[in-house]
Design a binder for this molecule. Structure first.
Ligand code: GLU
Length: 283
């Protein structure tokens, strides 16, 4: 077995569709070809949107596609301590601040900013007395990463790069300079669940020893943020392979919110896993 380790990391917020099958099979095939390992990770930090029946369906759908994965699959909701430790590291380095603003307030701040909402939100820590007052009033808060503080610690992100072996939406490939500036002060711990996507992914990729992140190009921009977090947390950087997104008959990419035909729907109307793999170019 080689040192190649990759993963498929769905969020169980709905049934899987063709786009997920394409992504999972792409990662699976890469692991096979490299004589490596294929892991499954259930990204279920959002306890409201994620549902156990969708998680069961992920297992069913992947098994139907003929895939096997190392068990047990890592479930993010069972590893909150790992994310809290990472947050503690960032806090100790002075990189995080509490943000009490509501979504509405952030949208208003973006609308009145000189460049509109094109750039991500940039805030600043409150004075200790204001913060104390909000905390005493029991106001909920998120933890945001201060981009300015991160840039200072990482010499303006000078020389920070990641390797892209697939391609970004504009054909980006090779050694890519990480440029997290446009993302703004990303939330690393949400008000409701105490952690957020970017932080959980970076921590898990490191803890699971992922050597290659294989995923859709819709997450290419996220890589800039994730690479920065790896550097701030002294975590190794995997190689990235972003793949094209599958386009449906309507010319749009498959998405749960568009009620795309699910793998279960396909099965119900007699499509076999082999048929689907042929269609997607995996048979
Ligand atoms: N959970 C994410 C999603 O379903 C994928 C995260 C990743 O591959 O980094 O879109």
């Amino acid at each position: 077995m080689s040192g190649f380790v990759t993963r498929f990391a769905p969020s169980p917020t709905g049934r899987l569709h063709r786009g997920h099958a394409f992504s999972a099979l792409t990662a699976y095939r890469a692991a096979r070809q490299a004589d490596g390992r294929f892991l499954l990770r259930i990204e279920d930090i959002d306890r409201v949107r994620c549902r156990p029946e969708f998680e069961t369906a992920v297992f069913e759908d992947l098994a139907w596609l003929g895939m096997t994965w190392e068990r047990p699959a890592r479930r993010q909701s069972g590893h909150m301590d790992d994310y809290q430790s990472a947050l503690e590291v960032l806090r100790a380095k002075g990189l995080l601040y509490r943000c009490f603003r509501t979504r509405k307030e952030i949208a208003e701040a973006a609308a009145s900013a000189p460049h509109g909402a094109a750039e991500g939100f940039r805030g600043s820590p409150l004075s200790p007395s204001k913060e104390r007052a909000l905390l005493d009033a029991g106001k909920p808060f998120a933890w945001r990463l201060s981009l300015d503080a991160a840039a200072e610690l990482l010499s303006g992100f000078d020389g920070l790069t990641f390797i892209e072996e697939g391609g970004g939406p504009d054909g980006e490939t090779g050694l890519i300079p990480a440029d997290p500036m446009s993302a703004g002060d990303v939330v690393l711990a949400r008000k409701d669940v105490g952690v957020a996507y970017h932080l959980a992914v970076v921590v898990d990729d490191a803890l699971q020893g992922i050597s290659h992140v294989i995923r859709g190009e819709d997450l290419f921009q996220a890589t800039h943020i994730q690479r920065m977090l790896q550097a701030l947390l002294d975590l190794p950087a995997p190689v990235y392979r972003h793949h094209r997104l599958l386009i449906g008959p309507d010319g749009k990419r498959y998405a749960k919110r568009d009620l795309a035909e699910t793998l279960a729907d396909l099965r119900d109307r007699g499509v076999t896993a082999h048929d689907l793999k042929l269609e997607l170019g995996f048979a």
